[in-house]
Ligand binder design. Structure first.
Ligand SMILES: C[S@@+](CC[C@H](N)C(=O)[O-])C[C@H]1O[C@@H](n2cnc3c(N)ncnc32)[C@H](O)[C@@H]1O
Length: 213
């Protein structure tokens, strides 16, 4: 995401600029299409929903589902401009949400969040995801893959300099698979896909234990 100072300077063009900027790195329409191909949820929770860019697509693409977006930032959902019914934004940690709403969702989405989370806190977020899911529910996890390419350097500059997150740390694809296996088990990944426009946008479809896969 673009840092606060730059956002303020953009004034009324903030929304357009933010969409254009994001599109350089991930096609959120394609991300939502991947979610549609993989899941037919009734209750979606997005962990790290940010200002609501993916939320808007998910709410539009799943008109019969209830969407809950959570984040640790204060102004979450600020740029969301979709329907207001069946949508809720809450400033709360995944762990606190899981404590009060265990098994309340059939789909957890985590998109471009984990590289902003310190490595020692990532397992807690995956454990909370698992707790939030009904038996057999699905987690769709998409993150950027660390690989030394020119676009990787651009992504780092975007996150660390323009976005202002100096602590940003990306995982390799194998590190992502290991993190998932540690929380959900070795056979939990049902599918993997790239999300346009870069092959470093890697999405995983992950099954929670307890249901038919
Ligand atoms: C690049 S934004 C992605 C927003 C949204 N998922 C999307 O794709 O439009 C990353 C978000 O992760 C959130 N985040 C970082 N650490 C988090 C944590 N420990 N728990 C929940 N959200 C977190 C940030 O506050 C930020 O809003």
């Amino acid at each position: 995401m673009i840092g606060r100072t730059i956002r303020r300077a953009l004034g009324p063009y903030e929304r357009q600029a933010s969409e254009l900027y994001r599109r350089m790195f991930i096609d959120l329409e394609d991300m939502s299409a991947v979610v549609r191909a993989w899941a037919k949820p009734r209750r979606i929770i997005e962990i790290g929903c940010g200002e609501g860019a993916l939320a808007e697509r998910l709410v539009r693409d799943f008109p019969a589902a209830h969407y809950t977006g959570i984040d640790i930032i204060p102004h979450l959902g600020r740029m969301y401009s979709g329907p207001g019914d069946r949508v809720e934004f809450r400033q709360i940690t995944a762990e606190d949400m899981a404590r009060d709403h265990a098994g309340a969702f059939d789909l957890v989405v985590i998109n471009d969040v984990l590289h902003h989370v310190p490595a020692d806190l990532r397992p807690g977020i995956l454990a909370a995801s698992r707790q939030l899911l009904l038996p057999g529910g699905r987690l769709i996890l998409k993150d950027w893959v660390r690989r030394p390419t020119p676009i990787h350097a651009a992504v780092y500059i975007a996150d660390a300099v323009i976005g202002g997150d100096r602590g940003v740390r990306y995982m390799t694809a194998d590190e992502q698979r290991r993190l998932i296996a540690d929380s959900f088990g070795d056979a939990a990944v049902l599918e993997e896909r790239f999300v346009r426009p870069w092959r470093q946008n890697l999405a995983f479809l992950i099954a929670a234990p307890g249901g038919a896969s």
